[in-house]
Design a protein around this ligand. Structure first.
Ligand code: PLP
Length: 393
């Protein structure tokens, strides 16, 4: 089929939940994607923070080809080695106690909410079930995680929403204290709000919030679905906030393109979920966990993480050097970058960047969001900055 045939068929047979960019991608290589006309694009999207090793990474491809030919799936009624190795890496690297494997970010957060509520009901009874999240947050699209998402535009149509959620203004410790009453069992935060607009939390706020939670045995869950797996220059972003969370959820980058998600818990939460309380048919399958083992082996190395930090600083410095009234601010951490622009012009900027061979994302109401593969080189960053310079001058 050619592109126009594919487009027209898509509009008939695929549910119209996305307004797509006008590009048909066929393959990728490193940080580049190619369309049906063999046009080449520098990929600053990574499939929304997923393809952390870029496209067609030889080590990941080899590992997956090997795993596909051995065993892709066997269900959780049996043991498999890649699952145990992936959990071992995550546990040892973070000092947490146990890992649960699911498939997506929403599912990871859903499991986190279940665990937090059971932890609290085991110890304090039924009345203590409230989940506090932050305004502008994003936690997924299941009913629970939509409700945890602190954006009114998501709280429509699907009534009734589950009860037991409330929202705090990010970086406002007074509002936090007010809401942290005896009905709260867990607080969930993204260290940098991704979908919300690349909005980093302040360290003082996070540390004080965690301290207040610990005083009351309220669990602290960090949603690292977007910020995790090296994206901000440490395996998880919370490490840069010097806190010790109880639960860490992850997905996107963990499989380098293979569907996987899950959550880590500390010692205190290690034995809350027991047989019969939670599970997943696909979660922990040997294909996705082999991908995770391979990704973690590459990404979770001091030199690799340091390079993410340096390349992020280099990228932001380049973007800040563009003198244009139309770039309001450049912010972020590591290779999670927001370029803040006039909301009315943003779609046109994204289109112009694409015409200059660069693919970028949006976030919030006014951010152009950049989540390049973590393997991007300085030369590729130079190419990206040049494209921004041409579009914005
Ligand atoms: C993308 C994202 C999710 C949802 O992940 P899915 O895999 O789409 O379910 C949850 N939390 C954060 C912070 C995200 O960026």
């Amino acid at each position: 089929m050619n592109f126009s045939e594919i487009k027209s068929l898509e509009s008939k047979v695929v549910m119209q939940t996305y307004s797509r960019e006008d590009v048909l991608l066929t393959h990728g290589e490193g940080c580049y994607l190619f369309d049906d006309q063999d046009r080449k694009y520098l990929d600053l999207t990574s499939g929304i923070g997923v393809n952390c090793l870029g496209h067609n990474h030889p080590v990941l491809v080899n590992a997956l080809q090997d795993q596909v030919s051995k065993l892709m799936h066997c269900s959780n009624i049996f043991y498999n080695e890649p699952m145990v190795l992936a959990a071992k890496h995550l546990v040892e690297s973070t000092g947490m106690s146990r890992m649960f494997f699911a498939n997506t970010g929403a599912e990871a957060n859903e499991g986190m909410i279940k665990l937090a509520r059971k932890y609290s009901s085991d110890r304090y009874g039924k009345h203590r079930f409230k989940i506090l999240s932050l305004v502008q947050s994003f936690h997924g699209r299941t009913m629970m995680t939509l409700t945890a998402t602190g954006q009114d535009k998501f709280h429509q149509y699907f009534y009734p929403f589950p009860e037991g959620f409330d929202y705090v203004i990010a970086n406002d410790i007074e509002s936090f204290k007010e809401k942290l009453d005896e009905t709260v069992c867990c607080v969930v935060m993204e260290m940098i709000q991704g979908e919300g607009g690349v909005l980093p939390l302040e360290k003082e706020f996070v540390q004080e919030a965690v301290r207040l939670c610990q005083e009351k045995d309220v669990l602290v869950a960090i949603d690292e679905v977007q910020t995790g797996i090296g994206r901000t220059g440490s395996l998880f972003c919370y490490e840069q906030y010097d806190i010790e969370p109880d639960i860490v959820t992850m997905a996107k980058g963990l499989g380098g393109g293979v569907v996987i998600g899950g959550f880590l818990v500390n010692k205190k939460c290690a034995d809350v979920l027991i047989p019969g309380t939670h599970g997943s048919t696909f979660g922990g399958n040997p294909l996705s966990t082999r991908a995770a083992v391979t990704v973690l082996d590459i990404v979770d190395q001091p030199e690799f993480l340091q390079s993410v930090k340096e390349k992020g600083d280099y990228f932001m410095k380049g973007l800040r050097s563009i003198s244009s009234r139309n770039i309001k601010v450049v912010r972020g951490k590591g290779l999670m970058i927001g370029v803040i622009v006039d909301p009315d012009k943003r779609a046109s900027y994204i289109r112009q960047l694409r015409e200059h061979g660069v693919l970028a994302l949006t976030a919030g109401k006014d951010a152009i969001r950049l989540l390049p593969p973590l393997i991007i080189t300085k030369q590729e960053i130079d190419i990206a900055v040049e494209a921004f310079r041409e579009v914005f001058s």
